[in-house]
Design a protein around this ligand. Structure first.
Ligand SMILES: [Zn+2]
Length: 467
């Protein structure tokens, strides 16, 4: 089936062009003015923008975090993604102790393939490299299509500096990227203990216990580790000013250090932890102060933050209330609130709203939400741009209509959204996954199980990514 999008404006990382776009089957066939319509289904998209489908490089679908299941499974989470213009998610898996990384992957691919409504790839969170076999499974996982491995510097499954350094050296050897959750374990533990001992249990102390210093200390230290290991590094969900400065400094030195931030850190400040339903905003790292929010925008605009992804990890309000009372009746506190917020459906709408307001160029939104994640995680031969030969993953955006986010309009499995009432300038009106419509004017029109597993190519240390 051919579809001709006539009279729209194609947005790429390099520029915006008023032109036609033709898809043929699953691929983009041609881009140019006055393309012939023969045999194609013609869509008049004049006044609308055509963007590559977003790649959300950070989701936690169908995930059990500290014994509590996230509310979205691979179907509802990817249905929500599709309805927001995201056509690929890169989901986080977590290795069980003693399990070769290939096994972690093999368990989840069929599970996601049965349900996913958009394409999907995986990162694997590493928890155990204690034997030579486990360490060598990094290489095997790269062969199976995983090019990125996550290291947590906190949590009981987090890695010591010694193991993290070993992982960095191994990934550099086999063409993979370490993505890291950077918070300082010791500082966090000490602060949590201190606040709880003082009876300070409300969500504000989630922020106080994981404040700017806690994340900045870890960012600086992991950049030093990566430099020593001569390995590329990707810092997930960067939240604070000093971390942003550390990344800028590393990049100025020519180090292959990349950073991701998330819309919640660009839009909210730590004041949400004093406001109504503060528990709903509990995610880690915590949302920081205004100075950090301003610094994140500056780093994003100057190119030192390479990607914006969501860390979509939704919990219902009842689950969020575990911070007040646990299911067994015991009193909860800020440490018992499940960590994570929703965002997979509002990623593009939020970022494109900012572009529409003139805060960031549309081209830059395409880079950070599609082009850069495709390059960094080895999908750019198929995805992340509008170019003949690539997958016809297309989001159609109408910049002329305003609205607000409402939980009841979203398509995930969640009873609230931290984005409730957020103003939107423009809206996604239609979305195509490899040429097939998956969303149209408020309605999901895709299919459970239509999403395909995408193998990520190994990272090329001398490739264009690092140039
Ligand atoms: Zn995460």
């Amino acid at each position: 089936m051919k579809t001709l999008f006539r009279g729209g404006t194609v947005v790429t990382a390099e520029g915006m062009y008023k032109t036609d776009l033709l898809t043929d089957g699953e691929k983009i066939a041609a881009i140019g003015s006055g393309l012939p319509s023969d045999g194609a289904d013609v869509k008049d998209v004049s006044g609308l923008l055509l963007l590559p489908g977003a790649i959300d490089a950070h989701t936690h679908l169908e995930c059990v975090c500290s014994g509590i299941a996230t509310s979205d499974d691979y179907f509802t989470g990817t249905r929500a993604a599709a309805c927001g213009g995201t056509t690929t998610v890169i989901d986080y898996l977590l290795q069980e102790k003693g399990e070769p990384l290939t096994q972690t992957l093999e368990k989840r691919v069929p599970m996601a393939a049965k349900k996913a409504a958009v394409d999907f790839a995986f990162h694997i969170g590493v928890s155990d490299l204690s034997t030579p076999e486990l360490l060598s499974s990094v290489k095997d996982a790269v062969s199976a299509g995983v090019s990125s491995f996550k290291a947590y510097m906190v949590y009981d499954f987090g890695l010591s500096d010694e193991v993290l350094y070993g992982l960095l050296k191994e990934t550099a050897k086999v063409g993979a990227l370490v993505t890291v959750h950077a918070e300082n374990r010791g500082m966090l533990a000490a602060r949590v203990k201190e606040y709880l001992a003082q009876g300070k249990t409300d969500p504000w102390y989630h922020y106080e216990s994981r404040n700017e210093e806690v994340s900045a200390a870890a960012t600086r230290s992991v950049i030093a580790l990566a430099k020593a290991a001569n390995a590329p590094l990707y810092i997930v969900h960067l939240t604070d000013r000093d971390s942003a400065l550390a990344v800028t400094q590393a990049r100025d030195e020519g180090l292959p250090v990349f950073a991701e931030t998330c819309p919640q850190y660009l839009n909210f400040t730590c004041e949400v932890y004093r406001g109504p339903r503060a528990q709903d905003y509990v995610c880690s790292p915590a949302i920081k102060g205004l100075e950090s929010q301003t610094a994140l925008w500056a780093a994003l605009l100057r190119g030192d933050i390479s990607t914006v992804a969501t860390d979509h990890c939704p919990f219902t309000q009842k689950q969020k209330d575990y911070g007040i009372r646990l299911p067994d009746g015991r009193a909860g506190d800020f440490t018992t609130i499940p960590n994570g917020c929703d965002g997979v459906e509002t990623l593009y709408p939020y970022m494109l709203t900012q572009a529409n307001l003139g805060r960031i160029p549309f081209e830059r939104v395409v880079s950070v939400c599609a082009g850069n994640p495709a390059k960094l995680f080895g999908l750019s031969d198929r995805k992340g741009a509008l170019r003949p030969g690539l997958d016809a993953d297309i989001a159609v955006f109408d910049p002329r209509t305003d609205g607000v986010v409402r939980a009841r309009d979203l398509h995930g499995n969640l009873d609230h959204t931290i984005w409730e009432n957020t103003a939107l300038h423009g809206r996604v009106t239609a979305v195509y996954l490899r040429g097939a419509p998956v969303y149209h004017n408020g309605t999901f029109v895709g299919q459970e199980g239509a999403g395909q597993y995408q193998r990520c190519r190994p990272v090329e240390p001398d490739g264009p990514l690092f140039a």
